[in-house]
Design a protein around this ligand. Structure first.
Ligand code: SF4
Length: 442
């Protein structure tokens, strides 16, 4: 699809779905159209939470990429125009100002994730502008966990030093694959040597945490190719590895039509591929943190789980108690006390709303307080491995717990429901397979 942005510059928009890997949409198909007033109401509700007890996480979407990947399932804008990016940043600043003013005080940030697109496609001055915006509208402290997604092909020692100097301590690389043959089937090429250089340069620049995402279920992927990729990955010593399932959704992402369906692994082969990843990670001493995510045994998040202080929000695992996420930019998702909302995915719609002084939320799910509490409980079940029965109060939640117990995936004692071994090992598949649980837990 080709769009014309507010600055009159032609860009190409891929897809409409920020983070979902399924055809069920960001909120499991439960979303409805919402307007600015609904979002403002949710912000007002958040604004009255006591400042001493609550922080917030923010997600900033920078959708720009220089070329299109065949497997892309993100809200991406292909452009080579610096002016288009500058124009987007001006609107982003305005959007953040609208929300921070409505919140009425400078909220301390527990987490920041700048995602894309390819955030490090931006010029140095543009990245510095994004960091300045964050500090202008929110309070960044030493404890704020600041992460940015990067494409290794676009990093340089100078850029990494800049990113660290701007306060980012964590880099996330969405690799999909490392094996050269499997990468070429996706139209990508990051050599293992390039990754090694990038990881070394990042650590030399003072970056404290490197997270790599690899996918299983990609075209032409085999157990052997994945083993190669995993062994290259292990040589980089990542702090975190995210194993995500690739699902071809050509009806949403037209670019995926270029992928040959015959080259995609079947479900049973996917299970084998995922087991291969788990075996390698296990042999290397990584700890399973929750669905898809593995970390080094000495990772602070492992300690957090032991202390019962591991939580999950849309940005990943965190030891910060606060669950709320404010999303900025096209397609960004917000998770507020009584509302899940996604911004307009079209640059022109998003920009028009912000310039009119409205919030650009376009779709979402309104939640009662019970539903909100229950959603957090299920989202955290994969992190804590247990959930208090007292938090499950809606008919849907109660029925889900009953079905999980009947399937021998969950057991209950002393008013606490715990994932058993079978449930723990298969949590990702259980969540993906259950319409209700998927919506509650993702
Ligand atoms: S780099 Fe990422 S966001 Fe950009 S087109 Fe490729 S997959 Fe999509």
């Amino acid at each position: 699809m080709t769009e014309t942005s507010g600055s009159g510059i032609r860009t190409q928009v891929i897809g409409t779905d920020l983070s979902s890997k399924t055809t069920r949409g960001v909120f499991g198909g439960r979303e409805q159209a919402i307007d600015s007033a609904v979002y403002r109401g949710a912000i007002d509700r958040m604004a009255i939470l006591p400042s001493t007890d609550h922080k917030v996480a923010i997600y900033i979407h920078l959708p720009f990429c220089p070329t299109q990947c065949m497997s892309c399932d993100r809200v991406a804008v292909i452009t080579h125009s610096k002016a288009a990016i500058d124009d987007y940043l001006t609107t982003l600043d305005l959007e953040m100002s609208l929300v921070s003013k409505r919140l009425g005080r400078s909220w301390e940030l527990s987490q920041v994730l700048v995602g894309g697109g390819t955030p490090n496609y931006l010029a140095d001055a543009q990245l510095a502008r994004v960091a300045a915006m964050i500090e202008r509208h929110f309070e960044v402290t030493q404890d704020t966990r600041m992460a940015i997604e990067c494409n290794p092909s676009r990093t340089s020692q100078g850029q990494l030093a800049l990113i660290r100097g701007l306060g980012f301590k964590e880099l996330r690389f969405e690799m999909r694959e490392i094996d050269p043959l499997a990468q070429s089937a996706l139209g990508r090429s990051h050599s293992p040597e390039l990754l090694q250089d990038t990881a070394e340069n990042a650590r030399r620049s003072g970056i404290e945490r490197l997270s790599f995402e690899l996918a299983f279920g990609l075209p032409n992927q085999t157990r052997e190719s994945l083993r190669h990729s995993m062994s290259w990955l292990m040589e980089l010593g990542p702090d975190e590895v995210v194993c995500s399932e690739f699902v071809r959704q050509e009806q949403i992402f037209e670019n995926q039509r270029m992928l040959d369906p015959a080259s995609l692994p079947r479900l049973s082969e996917k299970m084998t591929l995922f087991s291969t990843m788990m075996d390698v990670l296990d042999e290397a001493g990584y700890v399973w943190l929750g669905p898809r995510t593995f970390v080094k045994a000495n990772d602070p998040l492992v300690t957090a789980r032991q202390d019962g202080m591991l939580f999950q929000n849309r940005l990943g695992y965190t030891s910060a108690l606060d669950h709320w996420v404010l999303g900025f930019g096209i397609g960004a998702v917000s998770e507020l006390p009584v509302l899940l909302a996604q911004n307009a995915t079209d640059v022109t719609d998003w920009r028009s709303a912000v310039l009119a002084g409205d919030h650009p939320a376009e779709s979402g799910v309104r939640l009662s307080l019970s539903e909100s509490r229950e959603r957090i409980a299920f989202a955290n079940l994969g992190a804590h491995l247990s959930v208090s029965i007292a938090d499950i109060t809606t008919p849907l939640g109660v029925d889900l717990v009953r079905r999980l117990i009947e399937a021998d995936l969950l057991s209950v004692s002393n008013e606490v429901a715990r994932l058993n071994e079978l449930g723990r090992q298969n949590w990702q598949y259980i969540v993906e397979a259950s319409e209700d649980l998927w919506w509650l837990a993702v």
